[in-house]
Design a protein around this ligand. Structure first.
Ligand code: FAD
Length: 306
C-alpha cells in the first residue's frame, strides 16, 4: 500500500475505497458492480472490512480472496481479533495469503453489536491490535496498516495516550494507518501533528484520512454509529437545512449537500498533503464517484463486454 501513496506523476493524489462483506447474493452482486466501476477509476487499493458473525466471516474471506484474484484491484483485508484464538487468526491470514493478499489492516475490532460494549479478549487470543500486528509480521512478508482516531478512540481516556497507542502499533511494524472517518479536517491535521510530536520517525508514517459522502439522513446515523461521535454542528445544520421542514426529507438536496461537504473536506486534505483519500462506500460507487468527479478524477472507458 505505502508504495501507492503520495502524489502521482500528474500531481493528483491517490484515492482508495472501503467495501463491506456482502450479506447475501444480491449484496454480492452489488459489491461486484461497485468493484468494477471503481476499477475504471484506478484506486490505489480497496479494503474489505471484517465483521463479527461466523457465516459472514466465511463469506468475507471468500469474497475478499475473489476480489484479489479476479480484479486488478490491490486488495487489503481487514483482520480483527474479536472472538478469535491466535490459531484461528493465523489460519485466516494463511487463507488470505493463498489468495495472494499480502496487505492487511490489523484491528482489534469491537464486541459484536456494541461499539462501546465491554471488550473481552478470547482466552487464546490477543488483547490489543498492537499484539496482532506483531503476530502478522512474524508470520511472514505481510504489509500491515492499522486504525487511527483523529478525535481519539471512544475508549481512550485522552488524546496523548491514544496517540501513544497508535505509535506503539507503528513501532510494532505497521507501515501506515487509516483514520476513523471525520467531518472536520482540523481533527485529521491535529492527529498528524500529535503523531509526529510523539515520535518523529514512526509518527511520520502515512496517515490516510477516511471520508464518507453523506447521501441521506439515514447515512448520518450510520456515520455516527461507525465513528461513535456526533457530526459537527455546522455539518448537521447544512444537512438539516437541505432536508427541509416537511414530513419527508428532501433526499436530492441532502445528497447534493452531502457530496458537497465530502468534496470540500477532500479539497482541504489534498491541499494539506494527505497521502491518499480513503472512501467508505457501503458498496455503492455512485456517491464516491461524484466526489471524485468533482475533484477531477476521470474514469477509463468501460470495457467492451460491460
Ligand atoms: P487497539 O489499537 O487495540 O485499541 C483499542 C483500545 O485500547 C483503544 O481505546 C486504545 O486506545 C486502547 N489501547 C491500545 N493499546 C493499549 C495499551 N497498550 N494499553 C492500554 N490501552 C490500549 N472493526 C471491525 O470490527 N471490523 C473492521 O473491519 C474494522 N475496520 C476499521 C477500519 C478503520 C479505518 C477504523 C478506524 C476502524 C475499524 N474498525 C473495524 C473498528 C475498530 O476495530 C474499533 O475502533 C476498535 O474498537 C479499535 O480497534 P484498534 O485496532 O484501534 O484497537
Amino acid at each position: 500500500v505505502v508504495q501507492q501513496l503520495g502524489p502521482r506523476p500528474d500531481g493528483s493524489i491517490p484515492f482508495s475505497v472501503e467495501f463491506n462483506p456482502p450479506r447475501d447474493a444480491a449484496g454480492e452482486a452489488r459489491l461486484w458492480r461497485a468493484a468494477r466501476e471503481f476499477e475504471r477509476l484506478h484506486p490505489a487499493f480497496v479494503s474489505m472490512t471484517y465483521g463479527a458473525g461466523g457465516s459472514t466471516r466465511d463469506r468475507t474471506i471468500r469474497v475478499t480472496g475473489q476480489l484479489a484474484r479476479e480484479t486488478t484491484l490491490l486488495t487489503v483485508a481487514h483482520l480483527t481479533a474479536v472472538d478469535h484464538s491466535v490459531a484461528e487468526l493465523r489460519s485466516i491470514v494463511g487463507a488470505y495469503a493463498d489468495s495472494g493478499i499480502r496487505n492487511l489492516l490489523v484491528l482489534r475490532g469491537d464486541p459484536p453489536g456494541d461499539v462501546l460494549g465491554d471488550w473481552v479478549k478470547h482466552p487464546e487470543g490477543v488483547e490489543y491490535a498492537e499484539d496482532l500486528v506483531r503476530m502478522v509480521r512474524d508470520l511472514g512478508d505481510f504489509h500491515v496498516g492499522v486504525a487511527s482516531f483523529p478525535q481519539g478512540h471512544p475508549r481512550s481516556d485522552n488524546l496523548d495516550d491514544d496517540t501513544r497507542y497508535l505509535v506503539a502499533k507503528l513501532r510494532a511494524g505497521a507501515e501506515y494507518s487509516i483514520t476513523q472517518m471525520f467531518f472536520d479536517p482540523e481533527h485529521y491535521l491535529r492527529l498528524r501533528d500529535r503523531a509526529i510530536a510523539c515520535d518523529p520517525v514512526e509518527g511520520a508514517k502515512p496517515i490516510i484520512p477516511e471520508l464518507m459522502p453523506i447521501t441521506s439522513l439515514r447515512t448520518v446515523e450510520r456515520a455516527v454509529e461507525l465513528c461513535g461521535r456526533p457530526l459537527p454542528a455546522r455539518v448537521m445544520e447544512r444537512l438539516h437545512r437541505a432536508a427541509g421542514d416537511g414530513p419527508e426529507e428532501n433526499r436530492a438536496a441532502v445528497r447534493e449537500v452531502g457530496i458537497e461537504i465530502a468534496t470540500e473536506i477532500a479539497e482541504r486534505l489534498i491541499a494539506e498533503g494527505a497521502p491518499c483519500l480513503h472512501f467508505i462506500t457501503l458498496n455503492f460507487a455512485k456517491a464516491t464517484g461524484e466526489v471524485l468527479a468533482n475533484l477531477g478524477y476521470t474514469m477509463s472507458p468501460a470495457p467492451a463486454h460491460a
